[in-house]
Design a protein around this ligand. Structure first.
Ligand code: SAH
Length: 241
């Protein structure tokens, strides 16, 4: 009997941005486990499959459920938004699964890549990705990483920028970038590649904090990033004149 568990990144929200491999894994699966919003995102592919979905905070239960399905010999997929490694469930699945289960991680288009494509090409140079959530990472560690972004003059993609209960970390990060590197270009993209997508591009000094929520990714350019024809670009250094 095969004990197969796919860990599938389903991309940012547009079904056309799901890889062919991810689609095939979902179609081949008997059971699908996922956060309820992500289950809704791929509803058209699920049809009459067995589904286990739950909400925020139910991550460990969700992974255990997926492992339990796979242990009965039924091919199972546990899905994550974007990519399943980046702030997703892939690492937890590997930590918890017994060794007789064949785990296959299928990569997905993460928010930073989807957002970058919607606003031009801001991530053409070295990129740092930081989550502002101090739920699983202590704030002192996040602070150090913000400082490291300044030291390296990285383009920075900020995930989990702001929630109702956690609203000051993003401002801390942007203030730090401003102090160390000046009035950088930045963009907020909300619901990227979904129906209600909204985009704002501006300098840090004009940044609209009220616009940002947990469905938003913020990209902050480096000191070379420019605004051109509605797009942000970080030049790679080619001579283009
Ligand atoms: N595994 C996911 C990230 C999960 S963390 C990935 O690879 O994309 C959740 C954060 O991802 C959100 O708070 C937001 O910052 C970002 N995000 C995920 N989907 C998004 C989307 N469609 N538009 C904008 N940001 C998104």
């Amino acid at each position: 009997m095969a004990y197969k568990l796919f860990v599938v990144g389903i991309g940012p929200g547009d079904l056309e941005l799901l890889t062919i491999k991810a689609k095939r894994a979902i179609e081949e699966s008997y059971a699908i486990c996922g956060y309820s919003t992500y289950i809704q995102q791929i509803e058209g592919l699920i049809k009459d499959k067995t589904v286990f979905s739950n909400g925020m905070g139910g991550e460990i239960e969700r992974v255990k459920k997926a492992i339990a399905f796979a242990e009965t010999g039924n091919t199972t997929s546990i899905i994550s938004g974007g990519d399943s490694s980046l702030y997703g469930m892939a690492s937890v699945v590997i930590q918890l699964a017994p060794d007789w289960i064949d785990i296959e991680i299928i990569p997905g288009i993460t928010a930073a890549l989807a957002v970058s494509a919607r606003i031009g090409a801001p991530i053409s140079d070295d990129l740092a990705i930081i989550s502002m959530s101090d739920l699983l990472t202590p704030w002192e560690v996040i602070q150090k990483r913000i400082e490291a972004v300044n030291v390296g003059d990285f383009v920075c993609a900020i995930y989990n920028p702001k929630s109702r209960k956690r609203d000051w970390q993003l401002k801390y990060a942007l203030d730090s970038f401003f102090k160390q590197r000046g009035d950088l270009w930045c963009a907020s993209v909300k619901n990227c590649c979904k129906e209600k997508e909204l985009i704002k591009i501006d300098r840090i000094s004009n940044f609209d904090y009220n616009f940002v929520d947990m469905a938003t990714t913020v990209i902050v350019g480096n000191t070379k990033t420019q605004f051109k024809n509605g797009n942000l670009i970080t030049p790679r250094g080619y001579k283009v004149v």
